[in-house]
Design a protein around this ligand. Structure first.
Ligand SMILES: Nc1ncnc2c1ncn2[C@@H]1O[C@H](COP(=O)(O)OP(=O)(O)OP(=O)(O)O)[C@@H](O)[C@H]1O
Ligand SMILES: [Mg+2]
Length: 350
């Protein structure tokens, strides 16, 4: 099986650079956010060259923009490319730390305090090291939805971003020098959407995203971040990346990515019993309509695919109705908001 981890070793001098190959690997997983990819990939190269600065994280990125546009997916895709699995990330959901005293869950209670022995800090050097892998010694750390973080968490984060250290409750320190840190936030996203809708209407959103509204979107998002966080905090971020609302082409590409993943999953799980899944143009259109929107991006697409295709495929498998090496043809039911699945023998697509 082809490994989905790309190796720096064995690179040819005339081939694309490490950053180039990593960017390619990310583009195969993330649609319509090439700017983000091109900003992030060189930091991995910098780390692997050994030239990343000491005394601070390898890179600190603030990912902004509307929901369902690929912010979290970017970190997962990077984990896949570097470590072989999308969940190979040390992830902190800042929504769990909305009250000041809750940071004890993150760093553990000081010795002598009630609960000191019971509380395992959510972050420790061991956990951070475990987020690296044999394939790549770089740990990916994700602080999701930082706008929800209590002030005490933001203050702790300052030390992480600035000096790459986090002091734990038991007074030991965690070193983040071999980490890429991602902060994500929806700050400014609503204003971005309102502005886009006012100014241009839904229909031309994709065109807008492609033609220079990006700078304006970034300005709106950055302004919202500056209102919420102190200058010290914002200044410690290496790159503020604003994810643009996704357009039709990106949505189609994301559907293709998810269908590809479904096919791989079937092949892997069913082995010799596997079959192809083919969608009619109307079936694709139906999934795009159900699963994508300007408001929620591609967030619902996986669910739509799951509900309308995967669950029904599973039903066919359980009932023994599929044919090894055959096809399951997915079509839109006439006059109903549903898809119908028809298993067939043979392999050639009509
Ligand atoms: N640009 C994209 N490329 C590929 N898949 C995407 C993209 N955007 C969204 N998706 C799909 O939608 C799902 C949700 O996207 P993701 O979690 O990255 O959203 P987000 O930008 O982090 O939103 P939120 O602000 O709500 O956290 C992903 O798991 C993925 O399946
Ligand atoms: Mg997210």
């Amino acid at each position: 099986m082809k490994s989905n981890v790309i190796s720096l070793r064995g690179a040819r001098a005339d081939g694309p650079s490490r950053a180039g190959r990593l960017a390619e690997a990310l583009r195969r997983r993330i649609a319509g956010q090439d700017d983000a990819i091109d900003i992030i990939a060189p930091y991995v190269q910098l780390f692997e060259s050994g030239l990343a600065p000491t005394g601070r994280p390898v890179g600190v990125f603030l990912l902004l923009g509307p929901t369902g546009t690929g912010k979290t997916r970017t970190v997962e895709a990077l984990a896949e490319a570097l470590h072989g699995h999308e969940r190979h990330v040390l992830r902190v959901d800042c929504g769990e730390f909305q009250l000041d005293h809750e940071v004890a869950k993150l760093i553990g209670a000081p010795p002598g305090y009630l609960g000191h022995r019971e509380t395992q800090p959510m972050i420790s050097q061991q956990k951070l090291n475990a987020a690296a892998s044999e394939k790549c010694p770089l740990s990916l750390v994700l602080f999701d939805e930082i706008e929800k973080a209590a002030g005490s968490l933001t203050r702790l984060l300052l030390g992480v971003l600035d000096k790459a250290t986090l002091k734990l409750g038991d007074n030991t320190a965690v070193n983040f020098e071999r980490s890429l840190i991602f902060l994500t936030s929806n700050l400014g996203a609503r204003e971005m959407m309102d502005r886009l809708e006012d100014g241009f209407g839904f229909a031309s959103l994709a065109a807008v995203a492609a033609h220079g509204a990006a700078a304006k979107m970034q300005a709106i998002a950055t302004r919202a971040v500056r209102r919420r966080f102190s200058p010290e905090f914002v200044n410690r971020v290496d790159q503020v990346i604003t994810y643009a609302p996704l357009g039709r082409r990106a949505f189609e590409a994301i559907l293709d990515l998810q269908l590809h993943a479904l096919r791989e999953h079937l092949a892997q799980r069913l082995g010799a019993r596997a079959f192809q899944v083919e969608l009619s143009a109307e079936a694709r259109e139906f999934l795009l309509k159900e699963g994508t929107s300007t408001r929620y991006g591609a967030r619902e697409l996986k669910r739509a695919l799951h509900r309308h295709v995967i669950q029904k495929v599973a039903g066919l498998v359980v009932d023994g109705l599929t044919h090894p090496g055959g096809i399951v043809r997915v079509e839109k039911a006439r006059g109903r908001d549903e898809l119908t699945l028809r298993p067939r023998r043979g392999s050639a697509a009509a």
